[in-house]
Structures are given as C-alpha cells and as structure tokens.
Design a protein around this ligand. Structure first.
Ligand code: R5P
Length: 305
C-alpha cells in the first residue's frame, strides 16, 4: 500500500491530476456506475495509508452519496486517514434557519460527512454567521484556505492603484474583498444588497468613493445564478465605471447566466478552478497542495512518534 494516494472520481479527474502534479503523489481513479434507477455503485481501485479524497462538491445532491460510498470503500481497503479535499464545499450558505421549519443545511452536511473522514480541507467556504470553519466541523480537523492570493493575482494594478477599485457586492463579501484588496494593494468598497428571490436582488452603491473612470473588480466567493453580479454591474455602470469585471472563487453559473452578465455590461468573469467552469483562470491546486503536504507531514510524524 502506498503511504499517500489521491483518489477521485472521473468528474474530478482534471482537478485531481493538477493536485497530483503539484504534490508529486499518484492519483487513482474511483469508478462510479449509475444504475437505470439512478442508484450509484462505487468501486475504489486502491487506497493509501493516507488517502486524499478529492471531490469538488458542486451539484451536491448527485455527488454526496457516491462520495460517502467512496470514503467507506477506501476505509475497507485500509486507508488509515482520509482527508477530504473539497475545493468547493456545498451547503455552506444555509447557516441558520431563516424561516420556521427550515433545516440548517450547513450543520447537517457536517454531520453527514464527519463520520466518514478524518479531516476536511476546502477553499473559501462561505462562512458568514460562523466565524471559524472548525466550528462547522467540530468532530474532525477542518482547514479552510483563503483564495485571496489567487484572486489578487488576477488584479492588474500596473496603471496604479488609484485607477482601480475592488467592490464587494454585499456585506457577506466584506471579508474576502478586504483580503483580496490587501493582497493586491488596491482600495475596496462594499455595496448593500437585498435579496428578494433566487434571481431577484437589489444592490445599492452607498459609498462616497468615486467609481467614475475606474477599472472595477467585483469580488465574490460564489457566483450561483449571477444575479448579484448582474445587479451590481448595472449600478456600477450607471456610476461611470470605465470597465467592470468580476473575480469569483467558485463559479457555478450556467452559460446562459454568463450571457446575461455580458448583457448587463460585465466585461468578463474569471474564477478559480475549485469548480470546473469555462471562466476558470487560475488554479487552486498549488494552494491545496501546500496545505495537504503540511498536513500529511504532520500525520506521518505522529505515526513515527
Ligand atoms: C451570497 O451571500 C454569496 O456570497 C453570493 O453573493 C451569492 O451566492 C451569489 O448568488 P447569485 O449569483 O445567485 O446572486
């Protein structure tokens, strides 16, 4: 048995390969068969003593059950430690019951995953009312990586920081917009958003900072329907922005949503590859690899002690 192995299903093959190259660790496929009634059968081909189970959890309702089967099968094959590397972690936004009778999906998801894995590593989970990722997964080691260095690398401030403005579309975006702005050495402001429905949002620019003539970078963690970015783009265009583009960690929106963003006046959307998407412009693999290498070294030192 290998000391360390990456395991991933076909749908995550490219991301797993990038991680494998960064870490110089072999990646093994996990076979997934869907029966006509949509049940799943999972077969893992090999396990490592430490196995990194790589899975991006967009389309979560179809991916979570096979993921749990895979973790169980890896354990049966002898994996002593399973680290779930989920660059995009689903269901983090429903962190409270907004109305009577609603499930707190964030907490439920953690309870579903925790018994099957030893650790979880993710990139920029949507933490709003919960300050710390460890509080979401109290039973296992939980590591949240900041995507700020990745998004900051996409900001071009070669014409001077006075020419550009980073904009968070809502208060929830404050933390990541501030982190990207600091890393890119650029100014930032935050807009105010009111969501009335899945695709019905109103965004207001109520900051005194001038937008006119500046190159604006909208910064958000998730682009789901694109409604937030579209509304913010329309407002910033009215304010006279010279160009508006958007940087997102996790892009989940459809091609039709992208067309609507163009029509709203957005120059382009660029994202990290935490979710495979046509807007991917920078890979999170080096970030994940660095964190996983440190964590695996720590685990291996406890074996040797
Ligand atoms: C919400 O608080 C998130 O940070 C994003 O702003 C939101 O998920 C984007 O959703 P949509 O693209 O559907 O407006």
């Amino acid at each position: 048995m290998k000391d360390v192995l990456i395991a991933a299903m076909q749908q995550d093959r490219q991301g797993a390969e990038r991680l494998s190259n960064e870490m110089n660790v072999a990646a093994a496929p996990i076979k997934l068969q869907r029966f006509p009634d949509r049940e799943s059968k999972v077969r893992v081909m090999q396990a490592g003593r430490v196995t990194v189970l790589y899975a991006s959890l967009d389309r979560p309702d179809e991916k979570l059950i096979p993921l749990i089967f895979a973790a169980s099968a890896l354990r049966d094959l002898g994996a002593e430690k399973i680290i779930l590397a989920a660059p995009y972690l689903c269901y983090m936004r429903q962190d409270k019951a907004f109305h009577d009778g609603e499930a707190v999906s964030q907490q439920v998801l953690a309870k579903i995953l925790s018994p099957w894995i030893d650790e979880i590593v993710t990139v920029e989970p949507h933490l709003h009312r919960v300050a710390d990722f460890s509080a979401v997964f109290p039973d296992i080691k939980a590591i949240a990586l900041s995507a700020a260095p990745l998004l900051a690398a996409l900001v071009d401030n070669s014409k001077g920081s006075k020419n550009i403005l980073l904009v968070g579309p809502d208060q929830e975006a404050r933390a990541w917009t501030k982190a990207v702005a600091e890393a890119a050495q650029a100014p930032f402001v935050i807009m105010t958003k009111q969501r009335r429905g899945d695709r019905d949002v109103e965004v207001v620019y109520d900051d005194a900072t001038t937008v006119e003539g500046r190159e604006v970078y909208l910064v958000d963690d998730i682009v789901s329907s694109g409604a937030t970015l579209a509304a913010a783009t329309l407002v910033l265009k009215q304010k006279g922005a010279a160009r508006i583009e958007a940087l997102a960690v996790h892009a989940l929106c459809s091609s039709d949503d992208l067309i609507q963003l163009k029509e709203a006046g957005l120059f382009r959307l660029r994202s990290t590859d935490t979710v495979p998407h046509e807007t991917n412009a920078i890979s999170a693999a080096p970030l994940l690899a660095d964190a996983l290498r440190k964590e695996i070294a720590r685990l291996q030192s406890t074996y040797q002690a």
